[in-house]
Design a protein around this ligand. Sequence first.
Ligand code: HAM
Length: 427
Amino acid sequence: MAINIQAIRGMHDLLPDRIGLWQRLEDETRRVLESYGYSEIRTPLVEVTDLFKRSIGEVTDIVEKEMYSFPDSNGDSLSLRPEGTASCVRAAIEHGLLDQPRRLWYRGPMFRHERPQKGRYRQFHQIGVEVFGLEGPDIDQEVLFLTQRIWRTLGLEGLRLEVNSLGEAEERSAYRVELVAYLEAHHAHLDDDSRRRLLTNPLRVLDAKNPELREVIAGAPVLLDHLGEASKRHFEAFCAGLDDAGIPYQINPRLVRGLDYYNRTVFEWITDDLGAQGTVCAGGRYDGLVAQLGGRPTAAVGFAMGLERLVALLENGKANGLLSPPPLDAYLVAVGAAAQAAAPGLAELLRDAIPDLRLQCHCGGGSFKSQFKKADRSGARFALVLGEEELKRGILGVKPLRGDGEQRDLSHEELESFLLAARQDGP
Ligand code: HAM
């Protein structure tokens, strides 16, 4: 029987024709993050399951039904990370990084067993930021300015910013009592999921996607009305900072987020161009999490952006011309056994001499004609031709592959100067 093994549903290969876009997104974002003084951190893809249960929350969609968990051979339950915040906090505690304010960023795949659809995958990629040890609204503003600058750098327009404050745990408890009373009074209008949430995690009812609940949710009491003085001042100062910076935003009192660790400021950047999965970046403050995971109490704030969604937006915006991978400068064609043996070494010498050179060396032999066809298809600007004759004379043939132009014979030194000049005035 023929074997037909395919990628797992919701997990995608990223092929060379689209990789340029990803790389530009990643490079530009990294540049902005570094320009704000953020340092990269890399954590394992797998952690003990408890880490996510204790941070994201037992009664969240992610922990209840979306984690890829499995027993290790010693019986420990491990999980593929569904997000990056919990791992960052664990690492920061474990390595004593919390003795001073830290601005960290990370990038990589995350895993959630969700129902795949456009913009929602089982393996997806995030670039995220976590800041530790700063409690004022100024850092909440900074992370937002940072995201805004990333959109500007990428040429992304039309993203909406929604913000809210979830207050502190005690403020939420008082609010929860009122919310539960309200939802119980409207029990008949709730769906099964919301009835269950009412008992386990009532704030999440506000996040229900069922349109039939819209009216009930719209009439529910509002958490913002239950904030204490300090939370209120924090939120007002945060919003005033956005006003001063001219960043338009909407206060959405129903914005509760799907992870339990948040307090005070939460925010989402949303696009209307991607259908249902329109949140491209989301985050907020989580001042209690470090202590909850065994560290000393440390204020924290962060966000993560979904790279698949940003790539989809960039593609919608026809950014492709800019974003295709840069073409090769040259493709080295080598015909005959001796030339084939010499070609890789020669290619190394050229790369040593011209560090930015984009050179591909033909491998696998073949006739001059078939190699030349590959050179042409590679998109390179020049074919470099090495045959027995060229080898003997210490030269290479250089033939322009784009537009007209005769083949010329150049010595190795001449070739270096030629390619250097081509590099400088080329794409
Ligand atoms: P999150 O809202 O779960 O937050 O995810 C952040 C972003 O990741 C989403 O806005 C979305 O763009 C993308 N995303 C999430 N799930 C998927 C999926 N299944 N397929 C494609 N993209 C997805 C967090 O992960 C928090 N750790 C953010 C954070 C960092 N808060 C504080 N610090």
